[in-house]
Ligand binder design. Structure first.
Ligand code: SAM
Length: 277
């Protein structure tokens, strides 16, 4: 079970996913920038600061932070998977962000000097580190005194339709099992991340829930992107007709969320804030 889970989260698996992310990512700022803006506000990013973003993947929230700070400061967009960082670089090219740097690094062992950063952010990344304490120990080392941290993890699977709706629809359509709850929800239990932050020596630690509805107008585009990104194993060897039928099934599964001319899709995450003494 553990091996299977680690394999799912391995760098090789993320590299494989990067191909789909490259062909489906927005140019520049994400269409849905809500969680990025929440991080910027809650961690209190100031123009001119040095910010480290961990496990940035295709560039969230690093790109939004660099845009927010305009031409001042420095933002380091980091990830263990080079091909994911290439997607971030492609997206950022459309914004001419000279303050944004891209560094391949494992969040459990930072290549940066001690006491270098004013703030550290991580959106939907820490769940994938084998040793969460090492992530926070290293975060504490590279932060300046008084530096701030904001981490976001996904809330419970059953409260996140963006994940369970397509998984259930795909499983039913293909006659396969839905499978175990993905590792991305492994820190969903309230207090889990807060406890690790406190035990790692951070102060002013506070955990909150973040909920908002993503209003999707073009559900077909949304479903196609999701199928390509998250179900490549199932869809890569499909014919166009097979893919189209699967897409129709998933679009139908979203019908209960249709109201006032949009598909209003609830998202539920947990935010943890803390500071270095
Ligand atoms: C779900 S993506 C999140 C990306 C981005 N922060 C976002 O919100 O869209 C998770 C990312 O974590 C990265 N990752 C996994 N383990 C890592 C590690 N030990 N150190 C740094 N990045 C890691 C993966 O390569 C992947 O790009």
């Amino acid at each position: 079970m553990t091996d299977k889970k680690n394999n799912e989260d391995s760098e090789a698996r993320w590299s494989e996913r990067a191909k789909a992310w490259s062909s489906t990512s927005e140019k520049g700022i994400s269409k849905d920038d809500t969680f990025n803006q929440m991080i910027i506000k809650e961690v209190g990013i100031q123009s001119g600061e040095k910010v480290l973003d961990l496990a940035s993947g295709s560039g969230n929230p690093a790109i939004s932070i660099a845009s927010f700070m305009k031409k001042k400061g420095q933002v380091f967009c980091t990830d263990i998977t080079p091909s994911m960082l290439m997607v971030a670089r492609q997206r950022a090219q459309h914004l001419n962000l000279k303050t944004l740097k891209f560094i391949v690094s494992d969040m459990q062992s930072q290549p940066f000097e001690s006491e270098f950063f004013d703030a550290i952010t991580c959106r939907f990344g820490i769940m994938f580190a084998k040793n969460k304490f090492n992530v926070l120990k290293e975060a504490g080392r590279v932060l300046k005194k008084g530096g701030r941290v904001a981490l976001i993890v996904w809330g419970a699977y059953e409260e996140n339709p963006p994940f369970y709706v397509p998984r259930r629809a795909v499983a039913k359509h293909l006659g396969i099992r839905e499978g175990p709850i993905p590792n991305r929800h492994s820190m969903a239990k309230p207090g889990t991340l807060e406890k690790i932050m406190r035990e790692s020596g951070f102060i002013r630690v506070e955990e909150r829930e973040l909920r908002y509805n993503n209003d999707v107008v073009d559900i077909e585009e949304y479903v196609i992107r999701n199928l390509k990104r998250s179900f490549s194993k199932q869809t890569n060897c499909m014919t166009d007709t097979e893919f189209s039928l699967l897409k129709d099934t998933v679009v139908s599964a979203w019908q209960p969320f249709y109201e006032n001319n949009v598909f209003s899709i609830p998202n539920y995450a947990r935010l943890v804030l803390g500071s270095k003494t």
